[in-house]
Ligand binder design. Structure first.
Ligand code: B12
Length: 216
């Protein structure tokens, strides 16, 4: 018997075994473990263990793509039923910046926000600051969530708030997260908030817009 209840899920994600990941996550859910714990103790832990397999010098695309597919399967299992399709709350824009093609974490942030009833506009990955500002203004967004996994996006994110101000929408809040950005302070990144998990984004936005933390 394993001591760590998340070990089987972690192993399945690292192996890129979608079926086993689905089964392990289902068992965790059935045993009453909250979804948030499954993301933080299962998915986050497994991805940290993959750091060495994805470096600037080398990475195995197939292996990581299989892992990505297994992560998406688990996220669907955890959150698909939560999506009512009715967005009763304000609009939040999401994006990964130019040069960054990582998008699994951004999808989780989006899913969590949708679960809370926010309307989300996902600009996708590899997006310019100009495009994000234009979208946020057009859609009347109250906040922008930037998911940044590679360090090269740091200079870009620092330009976001000044660009919003220039466009006359400096009141839109900017949140940052993801492997590269979560290590920096809000001051250094020139943003309003830096979060560690997708749930931090949800809680910050709830507080900002005056909602209680009713759901995760
Ligand atoms: C899977 C992966 C890939 C996949 C991505 C598939 C996809 N569709 O996303 C592929 C194979 C494509 C890839 C490519 C590369 N990768 Co890669 N990758 C990873 C890995 C192993 C996991 C990332 C992941 O999906 N995590 C799972 C999700 C769920 O976690 P997450 O994104 O952190 O999101 C959670 C929180 O951070 C939070 N969150 C996310 N966004 C936001 C936003 C806000 C506002 C808030 C509050 C919270 C929040 O919510 C999520 C849930 O709680 C990481 C290692 C790591 N520790 O992250 C390296 C990593 C990000 N990659 C790295 C590298 C170097 C690369 C490559 C340059 C490799 C290469 N030689 O080409 C390329 C870069 C390509 C590019 N131009 O972007 C480095 C980056 C190092 C750095 N500091 O720059 C990392 C950190 C690995 C390492 N060596 O340490 N990669």
């Amino acid at each position: 018997m394993q001591n760590n209840p998340y070990q089987s899920l972690i192993d399945a994600l690292i192996d890129g075994d979608r079926d086993k990941a689905y089964q392990s996550a289902s068992e965790l859910l059935k045993s009453g473990i909250p979804k948030e714990r499954i993301v933080v103790e299962g998915i986050h832990k497994a991805m940290e263990m993959l750091d060495g397999k994805c470096t600037a010098e080398q990475f195995n695309l197939l292996e990581l793509m299989l892992t990505g597919r297994a992560v998406s399967t688990v996220i669907d299992l955890l959150y698909k039923g939560d999506q009512s399709g009715v967005a009763s709350r304000e609009t939040i824009v999401l994006a990964a910046l130019e040069g960054d093609i990582h998008d699994l974490g951004k999808s989780i942030v989006k899913t969590v926000l949708m679960g809370k009833g926010y309307r989300t506009v996902d600009c996708g990955k590899d997006v310019t600051i100009e495009k994000i500002v234009e979208t946020a203004k057009k859609e009347g967004a109250k906040a922008i969530c930037i998911s940044g996994l590679i360090s090269s996006v740091m200079p870009q994110i620092k330009r976001l708030k000044p660009s919003l101000e220039e466009a006359g929408c400096g009141d839109i809040a900017v949140l940052a997260g993801g492997a590269a950005l979560k290590q920096a302070t809000a001051e250094v990144l020139n943003v309003d908030y830096v979060g560690i998990t997708a749930f931090d984004a949800g809680k910050y936005i709830d507080t900002l817009l005056g909602y209680s933390h009713d759901q995760s």
